[in-house]
Design a protein. Structure first.
Length: 435
């Protein structure tokens, strides 16, 4: 264990390094884009949509993009953060990148807190230091994409859940007091609310809050009080998602707690021309809303049905595509064309391989058991399963690398302590023999 003051100093130094790296990355991205007049985004499609929605929110316009308008295409949390930047600093992409650099730095801080809650300060510091300097995490932190905000949101939920888990381990100290029970119930609600916030960034997280609630009730001692905690965890998520769901009902006439983009995304991954990569050209060429007058809800259901029918009619091809997508998801090399420069490939490789090796060591040393594994390794596996169905890319893996860094740090530190202990034992034995 590190002394408290020294640990705090080191943690702040790590955060300063994290922000400095992201500041340099923001300047580098802006300089790179300025070489091509008129180009504003590295990954144009998604980024343009987020930026337009952010401007709509900032200027009080209808939350919609394209024509005919798609009002339930994107979850609102990330555009809302960009809108805050626009309100404060104007329509400056440079300012938005600095805001996202701050969010990325805060995510590194949450990695430290998660590592400390699940293991100890050394694990938290090493994991936080890795996320602070990881080239892929640094680079994506300043792009107008939701990955880093999503990472912050899921880390917030995982950290709060780790605190609830620690209180469960220390239950003898507080279980008898009414105040301790109330604090537990409030913490459970906060875990759910943080999960709801993560869903407002990315709808693919929707299964996680109820899943955590069920696991908590099942693994933490299926009694009435754990049931109350699990119920409050779900209630926190529902409370955060309710305003968005009500808004969606008003604009579509249907119960839509997330978005109406899942159908098209599903068909993107399961269609006769699918390759495992994303290619939404079919959406524009089909012109279902324009030529057939289909509503946004009807379009979503139409593509869902096409994707499901294709999977059932071509199960072998669906399995083959799933394997291709998993290969893209777990790849240690970039699979997007704009990142296939040898330097970019090398940086991604240097980011990925040590992380995976460290995590494998942590698993081999049985440091991923129980809630430690659920809160560090399960997210990356969960998204692997999700994107084996939709489309695969290392981009979708990046948010889950933050919590996985905690397991990797635990594995590396465990090996270091083991070797150091063996060395000290050998020296002691040698000294005794010479004596």
């Amino acid at each position: 264990m590190l002394p408290g003051n020294r640990c705090k100093r080191l943690a702040w130094i790590v955060l300063a390094i994290a922000f400095g790296c992201r500041l340099i990355a923001a300047g580098g991205v802006q300089t790179y884009l300025n070489r091509e007049p008129g180009r504003e985004f590295v990954i144009a499609g998604d980024a343009e949509g987020y930026w337009e929605l952010a401007k709509d929110l900032a200027h009080g316009r209808d939350y919609a993009v394209y024509s005919p308008p798609r009002r339930v295409m994107r979850m609102p949390a990330f555009p809302a953060i960009l809108a805050g930047s626009i309100v404060c600093f104007g329509e400056s992409l440079w300012a938005a990148r600095l805001v996202l650099a701050c969010v990325g730095t805060a995510a590194c801080g949450l990695v430290f807190l998660l590592g400390r809650a699940l293991f100890d300060e050394r694990v938290g510091l090493l994991a936080s230091a890795w996320t602070a300097v990881s080239p892929t995490l640094v680079g994506f932190s300043v792009l107008i994409l939701s990955e880093t905000v999503f990472a912050f949101a899921i880390l917030l939920q995982l950290w709060l859940m780790a605190l609830l888990y620690r209180r469960h381990l220390e239950r003898a100290a507080f279980q008898s007091s009414e105040g301790g029970r109330r604090m537990n119930l409030g913490l459970a609600f906060a875990v759910g609310a943080a999960g709801g916030f993560a869903c407002l960034v990315r709808p693919s997280w929707l299964l996680v809050p109820p899943g955590i609630a069920v696991l908590w009730w099942w693994l933490a001692g299926r009694n009435r009080f754990r049931m109350y905690e699990a119920a409050l965890l779900c209630a926190g998520c529902v409370a955060v998602l309710t305003p968005w769901t009500i808004r969606n009902f008003r604009v579509t006439g249907h119960f839509v707690p997330t978005t109406l983009w899942m159908g098209a995304s599903l068909y993107d991954g399961l269609n006769p021309e699918a390759t495992g990569d994303s290619d939404m050209a079919f959406f524009e060429s089909d012109r279902l809303a324009t030529d057939r007058g289909m509503t946004e809800y009807a379009v979503d259901r139409y593509y869902r049905k096409l994707a499901v029918d294709y999977a059932f009619e071509h199960p072998g091809r669906a399995v083959q595509l799933a394997l291709v997508k998993l290969g893209r998801y777990w790849s240690p090399w970039p699979n997007a064309d704009q990142f296939r420069h040898p330097l970019a490939g090398g940086l991604v490789f240097l980011s990925s391989v040590p992380l995976f090796v460290g995590a494998a060591i942590g698993i081999a040393r049985r440091q991923a058991g129980g809630w430690r594994g659920i809160l560090t390794a399960a997210p990356i596996v969960y998204f692997a399963a999700i994107h084996a169905v939709f489309v695969g890319s290392i981009r979708y893996r990046l948010p889950t690398e933050y919590p996985l860094a905690v397991l990797a740090a635990a594995g590396i530190i465990g090996v270091w302590h083991s070797r150091r202990g063996n060395t000290m034992a050998e020296r002691t034995a040698d000294a005794g023999h010479r004596g």
